[in-house]
Design a protein around this ligand. Structure first.
Ligand code: FES
Length: 119
C-alpha cells in the first residue's frame, strides 16, 4: 500500500519533520519523516525508552546541530539513518522504522502493517 505523505520539497536536509499518524490493527501511532543524508527516513514517534513522543509534540526532532535525532523527554540520542539510540537511557535500542520511499518528487509511506490515517 502506497500513501502520499508530502512533497519532496517539504523535507529539507535535517530540516523540519513532517508528522503524520498511522494505524496498526486497532491502534493509532504518531509518526514522522525527516531527510538525512539526502534520504527520507520514517519512524514511529515513540521513543525506545518508554514510548513517549520524541518531540514532546513540538515538532522539533533534531538534537543540537542536527547530527542526531533527539528525544526531549529524557535525552535519548538517535542516529537518523538507522534509528539506533547511541546515547541515553535506551542506548542500543532502536526506533521503529517505517518504509518510506521517494519518487516523482513525492514522499510515500509504503507499508503493509502501518496504514496512513488521513482524518
Ligand atoms: S522517553 Fe525518550 S528518553 Fe525517555
Amino acid at each position: 500500500m502506497s500513501s502520499l505523505l508530502c512533497g519532496s520539497i517539504d523535507l529539507e536536509e535535517r530540516g523540519r519533520a513532517v508528522s503524520f499518524r498511522v494505524q496498526k490493527e486497532q491502534r493509532i501511532y504518531p509518526a514522522f519523516v525527516v531527510r538525512a543524508d539526502g534520504v527520507a527516513r520514517g519512524y514511529l514517534n515513540a521513543c525506545a525508552h518508554v514510548g513517549l513522543p520524541l518531540d514532546g509534540r513540538r515538532g522539533q526532532f533534531w538534537y543540537l546541530d542536527g547530527t542526531y535525532l533527539g528525544c526531549v523527554q529524557h535525552g535519548a540520542i538517535y542516529e537518523p539513518n538507522t534509528g539506533l539510540c547511541v546515547r541515553g537511557p535506551c542506548e542500543g535500542l532502536s526506533l521503529i522504522a517505517l518504509n518510506v520511499v521517494e519518487r516523482d518528487d513525492n514522499i510515500y509511506l509504503e507499508e503493509e502493517q502501518y496504514l496512513l490515517v488521513t482524518e
